[in-house]
Write a protein that binds this ligand. Structure first.
Ligand code: C5P
Length: 248
């Protein structure tokens, strides 16, 4: 890694080229459905389409790459035709075994001139564009940013019998969400290092932390939760019925 983590000649890059990657190649086994999570209907529209629409409310994004399981590519292509057109070109890439593999494959398909990438989970449909834009601003400034919310409940550490061992101080603890936004050069380097060192992490920011790069937290919003279980799906439907699902 070079000494200087800033983009080349930042003075000449007042508006860097920004792409987004949505990872949608997971199996979603905790959902217990045959159809993978991104394709489940939320108020009649596939979850992934809600996510694409809300993410693209950010005017900064000039291209979107969606990482999808190979066997779902044709299905997704049909959905994009049915629910489009969208405001930017959308490229499809096949995913990998772990989320991290899917992100790395998505990064390889960015616009060659792309300088900043917004990486987002398909399973978080209620992302607000204003939060995307703040994550971009932070990534431009320090190299990496992740959206997170402060822990508001009291944290207990327990043993296998559910006996409380300790109360963990919650000050300074945040729950990581996506988007996670990075200068492209840095996140590519972080992923390459993870491959060569055999590291698998559950988020991209962790890979940047490992190479000693700075990552900032941008305050997110509880509505940007990850849809994981059938209960989450019902909660998401309730949010849409109340008219709270279209973010701006
Ligand atoms: O499994 P989990 O909910 O943590 O996945 C987060 C996101 O990563 C989901 O949007 C899922 O589709 C995606 N993913 C992927 N490729 C994998 C595993 C997960 O694109 N191999």
């Amino acid at each position: 890694m070079g000494e200087d983590h800033r983009m080349n000649s930042p003075a000449h890059h007042s508006s860097p080229l920004i792409n987004a990657v949505i990872v949608a190649a997971g199996k979603g086994e905790r959902m217990g459905t045959l159809l993978p999570k991104p394709f489940l209907a939320l108020a009649g529209v596939p979850l992934l389409i809600h996510t694409v629409r809300n993410l693209l409310r950010s005017p900064l994004i000039t291209k979107l790459v969606i990482v999808v399981a190979a066997e779902r590519e044709v299905f997704l292509q049909d959905l994009l035709e049915r629910y489009g057109p969208f405001s930017v070109p959308i490229g499809l890439v096949h995913g990998g075994r772990e989320r991290q593999d899917s992100v790395r494959l998505g990064l390889a398909a960015l616009d060659p001139a792309c300088e900043v990438v917004v990486i987002h989970d398909a399973a978080r449909p209620f992302i607000a564009a204003e939060i995307v834009d703040r994550s971009v601003a932070a990534a431009v400034e320090v190299g990496g940013a992740l959206v997170a919310i402060p822990v508001k409940d009291t944290l207990k550490q327990v043993d296998e019998d559910n006996t409380v061992l300790a109360t963990v101080p919650r000050q300074s603890l945040w729950l990581a969400q996506t988007p996670q936004t990075f200068r492209v050069q840095l996140i590519r380097e972080a992923h390459a290092r993870a491959v060569s060192e055999g590291i698998i992490a559950t988020d991209d920011a962790a890979l940047l932390e490992r190479i000693g790069a700075q990552v900032k937290v941008v305050r997110g919003d509880p509505l940007n939760f990850k849809i994981t279980t059938p209960d989450d799906l019902r909660l998401a439907e309730a949010i849409l019925l109340k008219g709270l699902g279209a973010r701006c």
